[in-house]
Structure formats: structure tokens, C-alpha cells
Design a protein around this ligand. Structure first.
Ligand SMILES: C[S@@+](CC[C@H](N)C(=O)[O-])C[C@H]1O[C@@H](n2cnc3c(N)ncnc32)[C@H](O)[C@@H]1O
Length: 228
């Protein structure tokens, strides 16, 4: 992503009340930041934020947290949230690998991973946000009935991800290799920037939903979670 002009001053303008400074301090009490919320939804690698802001506008009963490691992208997301006057959205500037330091066991109701970097070389497979090491971390922070929602345009990454879901013994609730043509497609699903770009080029969008809980308590899982 290109450098942004006046990043520092723009950041200062929109980050107040949105960006969680020292986010680990909210571990276990994210919902207290927005008491009307009944649930916590988190997007990892939220990019420029279209998906998150659209969802937050539609669901004022949910607190959304966007985690993104590229400041330029996060700035654009925060600017979108500010322009729309969204109160039910917070941001973390950081890496998904730290998710267990940021959220308590069982704290998250839903995790979104959208169009994550495919890292095509097998040598870099552990960096994929759907690698089993990441799934084991997500299992800790998701509540037992919570769900991971994953979308991508990249079929090899999708197939890899589904096999990782199976490898950790998770439950695959939905699986579609052409989501926009799927009978379950709601017709006006919220699209991410990448989804809009690839689907307008005719590339099929793959999507799966899974439940990661394996019957152990979140506390048990925390002790066995791998690192990414
Ligand atoms: C390909 S873009 C997709 C952006 C957006 N989700 C979409 O669908 O339009 C991937 C995004 O994930 C972010 N990202 C990649 N790895 C990450 C990590 N380990 N932790 C946090 N963000 C990450 C990148 O900075 C980038 O903004």
C-alpha cells in the first residue's frame, strides 16, 4: 500500500476514541467499551475497512473490532468509520499472531478473515491466517458456539484452509467455492474491497464458516495453542 500523505496528523484526527491504545488492557472486557453491544465480532486484516464499516452500520447491537498491521490501511478504515459516525467499532494496530494477548478465552462471538495474503510458497505456509497454528489460537478466543467466517478468491488457499480446519478437528458449517452463486447467498452480502475487485473480474469467491470448538474448555485449549 502507498504511503499516505499527512499520515500522522490524519491518524491523530480519527484515532481518538476508535483506536485502542495498549489494547491488551481491554482483554476480557471489550464489550464494556460499548455497553449496548450484545456480541463481539472481530475482523483480522481488515484492510481499508469497507466490510467492517458496512457491518457496523447495519448492526448497532454488535461491537466490531478491526485488527490490522498496516498503518496506511488502518488509517483508511478509521477515516471511513469517522465519516459514517460509527460508535460501535474499535481498532487495533497489530498482528493477528498476538490475538490471545488481546482477547480472553471465549470472548469473541465471530471472527472474520477475508482475502488474507495467500503466501503461495509452502515455506511460508505458517504465515497464512488459516494455518492450523492460527486456527488453534482462534479456538481459544472464540466462544464455544462462535464461528470463523473465511472468504477468499484464491482456490488453492481455500482448499488448504479447509484441510487445516479438518486437521484441527473443527466443524465445517458452510462450504462454497462460488459464494455469489450459492443458494444460501443473501443477495446483498457485505463485500470487502478485494471481493468487489475480484468478483467484478468474474473470479468466483470461496467462503467457509466453521466452528472451531473441540469439546475442551477454552482454558484447556489455551495451554495447547501453537504459535504462528
Ligand atoms: C489482501 S488484504 C485484504 C484486505 C481486506 N480484508 C479485504 O478483503 O479487502 C490483507 C490485509 O491483511 C493484513 N494482514 C496480513 N497479515 C496480517 C497479520 N498477521 N495481522 C494483521 N493484519 C494482517 C494486510 O496488512 C492487509 O491489509
Amino acid at each position: 500500500m502507498r504511503k499516505k500523505k499527512n499520515l500522522k496528523s490524519r491518524w491523530a484526527t480519527v484515532s481518538s476514541g476508535r483506536l485502542a491504545e495498549d489494547p491488551a488492557q481491554y482483554r476480557g472486557r471489550w464489550l464494556s467499551l460499548y455497553p449496548p453491544a450484545k456480541a463481539l465480532f472481530v475482523e483480522l486484516g481488515c484492510g481499508k475497512g469497507r466490510f467492517l464499516c458496512e457491518w457496523a452500520g447495519r448492526r448497532p447491537d454488535i461491537l466490531f473490532v478491526g485488527l490490522e498491521r498496516t498503518p496506511e490501511a488502518l488509517l483508511m478504515t478509521m477515516e471511513k468509520a469517522a465519516a459514517r459516525g460509527l460508535h460501535n467499532i474499535r481498532f487495533i494496530s497489530g498482528d493477528a499472531a498476538a490475538i490471545c494477548d488481546l482477547f480472553a478465552p471465549g470472548e469473541i462471538d465471530r471472527l472474520f478473515v477475508n482475502f488474507c495474503d495467500p503466501w503461495p510458497s509452502n515455506k511460508r505456509a505458517k504465515r497464512r491466517l488459516t494455518h492450523r497454528n492460527f486456527l488453534r489460537l482462534y479456538r481459544v478466543v472464540l466462544r464455544p458456539e462462535g464461528e470463523l467466517h473465511f472468504k477468499t478468491d484464491n482456490r488453492p488457499l481455500f482448499d488448504f484452509s479447509v484441510s487445516e480446519v479438518e486437521a484441527v478437528g473443527a466443524q465445517l458449517l458452510r462450504h462454497s467455492v462460488n459464494w455469489h452463486d450459492d443458494p444460501d447467498y443473501p443477495g446483498e452480502d457485505v463485500m470487502t474491497e478485494y471481493e468487489e475487485k475480484f468478483s467484478s473480474q468474474g473470479v468466483p469467491i470461496c467462503r467457509c464458516v466453521c466452528r472451531l470448538a473441540d469439546g475442551t474448555t477454552p482454558e484447556d485449549s489455551e495451554n495447547t495453542a501453537g504459535t504462528a
